[in-house]
Design a protein around this ligand. Structure first.
Ligand code: SF4
Length: 440
C-alpha cells in the first residue's frame, strides 16, 4: 500500500507484433483498473514498462535501445515481452532494469510494478484478498482450470449448457494457485469438466510462468503445480491414454497419488452407447501398470447402474470388473433421464426397482472391497491434513481422501492440532469408509 496520496504514474513503451500489443493492452487495463495513471512522458512517470520484441536482429536492437532510453530518461524500468524470454540478453545489456519477464506475463509484470511502485490504497478493491473470495475452509481450495467439454457422453447435457472446452491460460491458473498457497492453502483440488483435456483447445499453447515457458497441457500443469509444495489433487480425469504420464509424478511425490477417474461402466456395448472409451481390459491393465509404478495410488471412480438396455450379463461384467480392479473409492448412481440427454432416446429403459436392486448389489461388493483396502492400512504411517479439531481429537484426511466425497482419518490424540496442520499418524483401526489413527 502506498504511503503517499500521489497517484502513481506508469510510462509504457509497446513494441512488436499484434500479439505483443494485446499483451500491452492487458497490462494497461490492469494498471487503470488498479488506479494507476498512464503517463505519455518519461519525466512524468514514476516507472516505465517496455514491452519488447525479439523476433529478428533489428527488432532486438530496437528493443534494447528503447530499454536504454527509458533507463537514461527515467531510471526505473520493467521489461516484458519476447526479448525477455531470450536468455539473459536484457540483464546483460542493461543490468539496472528492475525486472524482466517474457510474453503473456501480465501477472508477473503487475507483481513487479506492485513491488517497485505500490498502488494507492483502494478501500473497495483492497478488501478483497489476492486469492479472491473462497467458500472453502482456509486450508484447501478448488482451482478450476477449464470450462465446458468436447465429449458428448449420451447421458450428459453439460456440453449443451456450457459449450465446448475452454481452458484458462496456464499463467492465470498458476498465479491463482500461487495466490492460494501464499494465503495458506495446503491442498489444491484441480477441477473442470474434463481435467485431462486441459489445453486441447489452446493447442497446448506455451505460456510463461516464473521466468520459464510452460505448455498448457495437464502433465506440465500438474508438474508446475507440484512445485508449489502443497497437495495437488486431480479430479474428473477422463481416461485418455496420456493420463499415464501423471502416474510417475505421483510416484515421485510431486502431486498427490490420487486419481478421480470416472469409468462409468465396464461393458463395451454399454460404454459405446454412452459414447465413452470402451475397452475394460485395457483399463484393467492400465490400472495394474499405474499401481506397479505408484503403489500408493488411490483410485476413485464413478459408475452408472441401469443404463438403458443394460442386461443382467452386462451388469455382471461391471461387478466382475470392480472385483478385479479393486478400486479404493466408488460412487455409483442409477441412470436417470436428464432432459435433453441423447440417452433418453435409447430403447429398453430399466425399471427403477431393478436399477435400485443392481445399485445395492454393486455397493455391497464395493463396500467389501473398500473395507479390505482400508484394513490393509492398519499399522501404516500416513501424512494427514487436519480439517477440524474437537475434544475427541482431530478430524483429518490422508492423500487418499478428497474433502466432502471420501473418508476421514480420526486422529484420536489430536486435540492439540490445528486446522490446516499436516502431521504423521499411525493407523490403528478401519471400517469401510474411515480410518482411526494416533499421532506418531
Ligand atoms: S460426462 Fe463429463 S466427459 Fe462426458 S460429456 Fe459430460 S462433462 Fe463431458
Amino acid at each position: 500500500m502506498s504511503t503517499s496520496n500521489k497517484i502513481p504514474r506508469v510510462g509504457f513503451v509497446s513494441l512488436g507484433c499484434p500479439k505483443a500489443t494485446v499483451d500491452s493492452e492487458r497490462i494497461l487495463t490492469r494498471l487503470r483498473t488498479e488506479g494507476y495513471l498512464i503517463s505519455p512522458s518519461y519525466e512524468d512517470s514514476d516507472l516505465v514498462v517496455v514491452n519488447t520484441c525479439g523476433f529478428i536482429d533489428s527488432a532486438i536492437a530496437e528493443s534494447l535501445d528503447a530499454i536504454g532510453e527509458a533507463l537514461t530518461e527515467n531510471g526505473k524500468v520493467i521489461v516484458t515481452g519476447c526479448l525477455g524470454a531470450k536468455g539473459n540478453i536484457v540483464k546483460q545489456t542493461h543490468p539496472k532494469v528492475l525486472a524482466v519477464t517474457g510474453p503473456q506475463a501480465a501477472n508477473e509484470v503487475m507483481d513487479a510494478i506492485h513491488a517497485h511502485l505500490p498502488k494507492l490504497h483502494d478501500p473497495y478493491v483492497d478488501l478483497v484478498p489476492p486469492q479472491g473470495i473462497k467458500l472453502t475452509p482456509k486450508h484447501y481450495a478448488y482451482v478450476k482450470i477449464s470450462e465446458g467439454c468436447n465429449h458428448r457422453c449420451t447421458f450428459c447435457i453439460i456440453p449443451s449448457m456450457r459449450g465446448n472446452l475452454v481452458s484458462r491460460p496456464i499463467s492465470d491458473v498458476m498465479q491463482e494457485a500461487q495466490n492460494l498457497v501464499d494465503a495458506g492453502v495446503k491442498e489444491l483440488l484441480v477441477i473442470s469438466q474434463d481435467t485431462s483435456a486441459y489445453g486441447v483447445d489452446l493447442k497446448y499453447r506455451t505460456g510463461f510462468w516464473k521466468g520459464e515457458f510452460i505448455k498448457s497441457r495437464i502433465t506440465e500443469l500438474a508438474q508446475a503445480l507440484g512445485e508449489l509444495g502443497v497437495w495437488v489433487r486431480l479430479h474428473y480425469v477422463y481416461p485418455y491414454p496420456h493420463v499415464d504420464e501423471l502416474i510417475p509424478l505421483m510416484a515421485a511425490g510431486k502431486i498427490t497419488p490420487y486419481l478421480d477417474i470416472p469409468f462409468q461402466h465396464a461393458n463395451a456395448r454399454i460404454l459405446k452407447l454412452m459414447k465413452r472409451p470402451a475397452n475394460s481390459e485395457d483399463v484393467l491393465s492400465r490400472i495394474q501398470q499405474w499401481r506397479a509404478i505408484c503403489p500408493e495410488l488411490t483410485l476413485r471412480s464413478t459408475f452408472i447402474v441401469g443404463f438403458p438396455g443394460e442386461t443382467e450379463q452386462e451388469f455382471d461384467e461391471l461387478l466382475e470388473f470392480l472385483k478385479i480392479a479393486q478400486l479404493d473409492r466408488v460412487g455409483a448412481f442409477m441412470y436417470s433421464p436428464v432432459e435433453g440427454a441423447a440417452a433418453n432416446d435409447l430403447p429398453n429403459h430399466i425399471a427403477p426397482e431393478l436399477q435400485q436392486e443392481r445399485l445395492a448389489r454393486l455397493m455391497a461388493i464395493q463396500a467389501e472391497i473398500s473395507a479390505q483396502r482400508l484394513a490393509q492400512k492398519i499399522g501404516k504411517t500416513l501424512e494427514v491434513l487436519v480439517d477440524d479439531v474437537d475434544e475427541l481429537g482431530a478430524i483429518a484426511r490422508s492423500h487418499a481422501d478428497a474433502p466432502e466425497i471420501d473418508g476421514l482419518v480420526y486422529v484420536q490424540n489430536g486435540q492439540s492440532l490445528q486446522q490446516g496442520d499436516k502431521v504423521l499418524v499411525r493407523v490403528t483401526h478401519a471400517d469401510e469408509h474411515d480410518l482411526w489413527a494416533e499421532i506418531v
